[in-house]
Design a protein around this ligand. Structure first.
Ligand SMILES: CC(C)(COP(=O)(O)OP(=O)(O)OC[C@H]1O[C@@H](n2cnc3c(N)ncnc32)[C@H](O)[C@@H]1OP(=O)(O)O)[C@@H](O)C(=O)NCCC(=O)NCCS
Length: 172
């Protein structure tokens, strides 16, 4: 299996869904857990496209539900790997809701997922490096190390004093 570096665009994944009655809460808005499921699936396909391995969700970070999404809406999820580390990958998923009359799209949610490539025993495997090309891809790539350290500190996997990227935010 080649671990040749890959462009971010090669992992681009898009998924469009109708918000059906079974997807909503008591007041007719898309249920957060349903959206999380769609985000997890869409972003795991992006991670798989990057590494061509089975991937498992290691962490879900920065989930924000900015606007309620009404039953009957058309929702589009776009996911792309923003950075690859040794065996883990950060994936951004952006969620858009489409005006049913004008077709205009409005960003309603986003989340950041961490996936790990694994073998059939669940042991982590190396993944290809990621090459960011566009300005947005470069911005997300640059911030990924800081977000990784925050995620690892919060998960108790890294000591705060080892989180050099985080410390540089607070110390001159
Ligand atoms: C994710 C998993 C494979 C990691 O296995 P592990 O034995 O802890 O392996 P490691 O410690 O080597 O970690 C593997 C990678 O995951 C990263 N990672 C693990 N937890 C992380 C977290 N909370 N945030 C960010 N990265 C994380 C590590 O930094 C490492 O990345 P790197 O190799 O790119 O440096 C393992 O914890 C697992 O199988 N978890 C369950 C996954 C699952 O079932 N998901 C579905 C949820 S129901």
């Amino acid at each position: 299996m080649s671990v040749k570096a890959k462009a971010a665009r090669e992992s681009y994944t898009i998924n469009t869904e109708y918000v059906l009655p079974n997807d909503t809460n008591h007041i007719g808005n898309l249920f957060g857990g349903k959206l999380m499921q769609w985000m997890d699936i869409t972003s795991s396909v992006a991670a798989h496209r990057h590494c061509k391995r089975v991937v498992v969700t290691a962490s879900v970070n920065n989930v924000s539900f900015q606007h309620p999404v009404k039953q009957g809406s058309i929702v589009t999820l776009e996911a792309k790997v923003s950075r690859a580390f040794s065996t883990s990958m950060e994936v951004f998923v952006d969620v858009w809701v489409e005006d049913l009359v004008t077709g205009e799209r409005k960003k309603c949610n986003e989340a950041i997922f961490i996936f790990v490539a694994v073998d059939q025993n669940g042991s982590p495997l190396p993944v290809p490096e990621l090459i960011p090309e566009t300005d947005d891809e470069k911005l997300r790539f640059a911030g990924a190390l800081r977000r990784r350290q925050l995620s690892l500190v919060l998960a108790g996997r890294m000591k705060p004093k080892e989180a050099t990227e985080l410390m540089s935010l607070f110390v001159d």
